[in-house]
Write a protein that binds this ligand. Structure first.
Ligand SMILES: [Zn+2]
Length: 60
């Protein structure tokens, strides 16, 4: 199954809908990605305002 990129939270996932926010709006462009494994301790997570662990795409 192809990977999808959630348009709402940028989480990269496989399946029918985003497991993070439940959105079914997705794209397939992945220009870059970042894994957030420890959201509470991650500077990247803070910069991206993400609070859930996962792999997110970077659009810029
Ligand atoms: Zn999402």
């Amino acid at each position: 199954m192809a990977r999808k990129v959630c348009k709402d939270c940028n989480l990269i996932y496989e399946g029918d809908k985003c497991p993070n926010c439940g959105s079914q709006e997705y794209g397939d462009e992945v220009k870059g990605k970042v894994a957030i494994l420890n959201p509470e301790n991650s500077k990247i997570a803070k910069n991206m305002a993400k609070k859930s662990r996962g792999v997110y795409s970077i659009k810029n």
